[in-house]
Design a protein around this ligand. Structure first.
Ligand SMILES: *[C@@H]1O[C@H](CO)[C@@H](O)[C@H](O)[C@H]1NC(C)=O
Length: 471
């Protein structure tokens, strides 16, 4: 049918004229890289003969249409005249693209009477879309996003790939498979500071301990580590004993790692002090821990010889030498009352009884009451002095020791003690008259006064304890 149609066409064609149609081969199609390319037009007349009634189209003209070439492709032409007439009128060509190229346009063209091919096609390189950035990893492609390009996915250190490791750009322009994931399966690495032993602070049963936070390494991601402390925090006070400190680190995928260390607080101790004969020891803190201070105190009637205090040192030994309590030695062989009284100063209290004669009723009553309370007198640091008689027969006694008549006389003068009637004075450790009595006082009365006003706190506690032993 085509042939018949062509028979009736009257065409006078010159290539130049064809170009002059305003249809330029290669224009819009013949650009570099794809599509057809055409040889230069030839200013040659073709053998179209006028036969009177119609133009005769010579099918045999081998170059009726331009030689058909497809960039990045090839053509498979069938001419009605046989295999040697590639571009004769009526030649039908299949257009095929090279591998990696895709046909745009028609798959077949035909050489028309107009000396043009019936259509235009080109081969376009097949390209896949660019693969998106890959979180926590990267990919390497053999040929970019061209067809057959093989892309390999690689995860950052610490991550594991899940899914398709490689994707290939297919002929369809699609990537094979699906995008894989990088998953963090590796737990973080955590390193705790070393275990340590600390000595309790001086005078305390605890110490403050500081340490650096644990070192954390997570190859996958260092910044989203959550750290949980189990135990006391750095800078806390740690009591004696062992303390476990544990850190747990979680990464974003909840991979877990933990580490631990111990803090042992050690209280350095000195040997326990031996109890003091005729005295007692009071200590600060825990008694014998490093820094504890112990005071040595003597019972009434005794005085300390040696240091008042000892401190437990870092090397577990006590400072100084152990003191002792010795009974107070009063020298009665003195010639003045002042010399006698000076010996009591800050050590003992004095209870001086003065009476005109040993047969004085008040005097005897008083002595009876005091004899029952001898134990109480000692404990309360009280020494009794008796002054009996009136000149020229005067007697003065301090315990079993006799006082000289000069001393007796002076004592009476200093403390305004009359020899005419019963009187009694209580002198404290500072030499001050605390209380005067002109009638006998019961030991209870006497002691309640002493206990209330003249005793130290420690003495009072001790008194409480010892009174029970005396009763
Ligand atoms: C302990 O230390 C004190 C003073 O630093 C020293 O005098 C004493 O000898 C030491 N004791 C021991 C047992 O090392």
């Amino acid at each position: 049918m085509l042939r018949n149609l062509l028979l009736f066409l009257s065409v006078s064609v010159r290539m130049a004229a064809v170009n002059g149609y305003g249809y330029r081969y290669g224009y819009g199609y013949g650009y570099e890289g794809s599509g057809y390319s055409y040889p230069e037009s030839r200013d040659t007349d073709y053998s179209v003969q006028y036969t009177g009634s119609a133009y005769h189209v010579d099918y045999r003209e081998p170059r009726w249409c331009n030689h058909l070439r497809v960039e990045d492709g090839y053509v498979d032409c069938r001419s009605p005249r046989g295999p040697n007439y590639r571009s004769t009128l009526g030649t039908r060509c299949a257009i095929l693209c090279d591998r990696g190229y895709r046909l745009l346009g028609r798959g077949h063209v035909q050489c028309l009477v107009s000396r043009r091919w019936s259509g235009f096609s080109r081969c376009k390189q097949v390209r896949c879309h660019m693969l998106p950035a890959f979180p926590y990893g990267t990919y390497i492609c053999s040929k970019g996003s061209a067809m057959d390009s093989r892309c390999e996915y690689i995860c950052e250190q610490g991550y594991q790939l899940e899914g398709d490791r490689t994707r290939v750009c297919l002929q369809t322009g699609q990537w094979s498979g699906t995008e894989p994931f990088c998953v963090d399966h590796e737990p973080p690495r955590i390193k705790c500071p070393g275990s340590r032993v600390k000595v309790a602070e001086p005078g305390k049963m605890m110490t403050r301990v500081y340490w650096d936070p644990p070192r954390i390494k997570d190859p996958a991601d260092k910044h989203s580590i959550k750290l949980i402390l189990k135990g006391l925090r750095s800078g806390s006070e740690f009591a004696e004993g062992e303390h476990l400190i544990r850190y747990v680190a979680y990464d974003r995928e909840r991979n877990k790692a933990s580490c631990k260390f111990t803090i042992r607080v050690h209280v350095k101790r000195c040997p326990t002090l031996k109890p003091l004969l005729h005295g007692y020891i009071t200590c600060t803190s825990d008694g014998n821990n490093y820094g504890a201070t112990c005071s040595y105190l003597c019972d009434g009637g005794y005085e300390r010889q040696g240091v008042p205090k000892r401190v437990c040192l870092f090397n577990r030994s006590w400072s100084g030498v152990r003191p002792s309590c010795v009974s107070i030695q009063i020298n009665t062989e003195v010639t003045s009352a002042t010399a006698l009284l000076d010996q009591f100063y800050e050590k003992q209290r004095l209870l001086i009884i003065s009476s005109p004669s040993p047969s004085d009723v008040y005097y005897r009553l008083q002595i009876n009451m005091l004899q029952q309370a001898t134990c109480g007198l000692d404990l309360r640091h009280i020494i009794l002095i008796e002054l009996v008689g009136s000149p020229p027969r005067v007697v003065g006694r301090l315990n079993d020791q006799e006082l000289s008549s000069d001393v007796i006389d002076q004592l009476r003068q200093v403390h305004y003690l009359s020899s005419m009637y019963f009187n009694m004075v209580l002198i404290d450790k500072y030499g001050i008259d605390r209380e005067r009595y002109i009638q006998p006082a019961s030991s209870g009365e006497l002691f309640s006064f002493v206990d209330e006003y003249l005793l130290h706190k420690e003495e009072r506690a001790l008194q409480q304890q010892k009174t029970e032993q005396c009763d």
